[in-house]
Design a protein around this ligand. Sequence first.
Ligand code: ZN
Ligand code: ZN
Length: 78
Amino acid sequence: MLKDCPECRQSVSDSAELCPHCGYRLIGREHLVFCRSCSKEVLPIVNPHDTISKYCPVCSKPITGLAGRKIFFSMGWI
Ligand SMILES: [Zn+2]
Ligand SMILES: [Zn+2]
């Protein structure tokens, strides 16, 4: 099955994790966090010494995950 990439509008396999044309992440976007420092959506990494804070893998700055915390609240984890 093919679907359209929301970013570049080209046909991609609906099982593809990333768009082969533009690199847009198609699967797992719910884990992405917007990094204000580099203005990108990134898959945050967690510091083992500080599991509350998440860090941007691109610029290594802490990501203040307000959006992520809202998800936690809505899921009733806190
Ligand atoms: Zn694309
Ligand atoms: Zn960043």
